[in-house]
Design a protein around this ligand. Structure first.
Ligand SMILES: Nc1ncnc2c1ncn2[C@@H]1O[C@H](COP(=O)(O)OP(=O)(O)OP(=O)(O)O)[C@@H](O)[C@H]1O
Ligand SMILES: [Mg+2]
Length: 387
């Protein structure tokens, strides 16, 4: 290719044509950075000198570079509609099954070689819809994509956006899209279903439909090389008109055995107990999301550190896993005896009488008694005093 940074030049041109100081300054700055990285130091300096001579442009750019200033703010609630972060490459861990990782890589390739693809009319709009159950890594994927591309991530929480006065939502959306068109970044519409499921929703149909129409119009109006990510838990609620606008659709499944092994290994790290039955941990954590594995890993590590132990206790690890899964399935185990019964029927081999007695610091007799007791006529076990 004769001119590798054509897209920025076109952006600058757009900006200049609209006499938009913010836009032209931001992209000219990016171009200077890229040229310098490519060894074109002289050219970069000349661009920067030129920018320094344009006082209004600099003022705008300084506004924009300070977080919070110049961001679209919801007038009614005074909440920032957009959160800006700069995830660092290598600092965001993402564990994906092979097929999903390939789709992710394909998207990154399409971003990096956009100009080349476009020249051959093979480019698709750079828009990704991430969908899957809660805690499967949608928000984490957005951070990871921004970190890989070395671009700031602008996150819009659509539920916040819509919970502000509905009448304001369309205006807020317009401001967000205007904002991202003016700087190199990744726009991330998180909790996207809050907006996109609006069509067909019975509550306040007219108002919500206007929001969806505004959303679709905004998406249609942005350049095809503006990077747009959206995340949804409820993909079935999304309108087909919304799906069509996202050429890259990436499902995030619950982790399979292989991935759970990777996740547990990463989460426990050096705190993994020496005697841990890894296969049991992996099999018994079926159905757990990445978020749940991370949370259990953190909780057990904290427990170990606070009790002055160098490793996680494996019984404690399984106990927390079983209780978290119970909660995820809607069982609220309020009393200790309910916990103990649940653990025992969850896996009698892992939770032997002796292990339960150790974990709850009571005698095995009390455990046997508790498990055999009929419902109703029960008393809570009291932990025996230490020492
Ligand atoms: N596939 C994964 N790889 C790495 N970390 C993960 C993965 N899935 C979940 N996690 C961890 O779990 C936490 C929650 O994940 P995340 O916020 O991305 O979930 P989500 O899919 O956006 O959930 P929600 O639908 O509730 O917003 C993150 O801090 C992340 O570290
Ligand atoms: Mg999320």
């Amino acid at each position: 290719m004769s001119f590798p940074h054509l897209s920025e030049v076109l952006k600058i041109l757009d900006g200049a044509l609209k006499s938009n100081a913010t836009m032209s300054t931001n992209y000219a700055g990016l171009l200077a950075d890229k040229l310098e990285q490519d060894g074109e130091r002289e050219t970069a300096i000349r661009i920067r000198e030129r920018l320094a001579r344009a006082p209004t442009a600099i003022a705008h750019a300084q506004d924009a570079s300070r977080n919070g200033v110049g961001l679209p703010v919801d007038i009614e609630s005074r909440l920032d509609t957009v959160d800006v972060s700069t995830p660092v490459k290598g600092a965001v861990s993402l564990h994906l099954p092979g097929g999903t990782a390939n789709r992710m890589a394909e998207f990154l390739q399409s971003v990096r070689h956009y100009d080349l693809l476009r020249a051959s009319k093979a480019a698709m709009p750079l828009r990704v819809l991430l969908y899957g159950l809660p805690g499967t890594g949608k928000t984490q994927s957005a951070r990871w994509i921004a970190s890989e591309l070395g671009l700031p991530l602008l996150t819009v929480r659509c539920d916040t956006l819509i919970s502000s006065l509905l009448g304001q939502t369309s205006k807020n959306l317009r401001r967000v899209f205007d904002y991202v068109e003016q700087r190199p970044c990744v726009l991330f519409l998180d909790e996207f279903d809050a907006l996109a499921s609006a069509r067909g929703n019975e509550r306040d149909v007219g108002e919500l439909q206007r929001v969806v129409i505004a959303l679709l119009q905004n998406i249609d109006a942005i350049s095809e090389n503006t990077i747009l990510l959206a995340a949804s838990n409820h993909e079935r609620l999304l309108d087909p008109a919304v799906w069509r606008r996202f050429p890259f659709q990436i499902p995030l499944p619950l982790p399979d055995n292989e991935l759970r092994r990777v996740m547990w290994t990463a989460m426990l790290g050096v705190f993994a107990p020496d005697n841990l039955d890894w296969d049991a941990l992996i099999v018994r954590s079926e159905g757990a999301s990445g978020a749940l594995i991370e949370q259990i890993g953190m909780d057990t590590k904290r427990h170990a550190i606070l009790s002055g132990k160098p490793k996680v206790d494996d019984g404690e690890l399984f106990r927390r896993l079983a209780l978290s899964l119970a909660l995820a399935q809607g069982h609220t185990l309020a009393a200790i005896r309910d916990e103990i019964r649940w653990l025992r029927q969850w896996d009698a081999k892992i939770f032997s009488l002796r292990e339960l007695a150790r974990l709850y610091d009571v005698s095995t007799r009390q455990i046997t008694h508790l498990i055999q007791e009929q419902h109703g006529n029960t008393t809570e076990p009291t932990r025996r005093g230490k020492g």
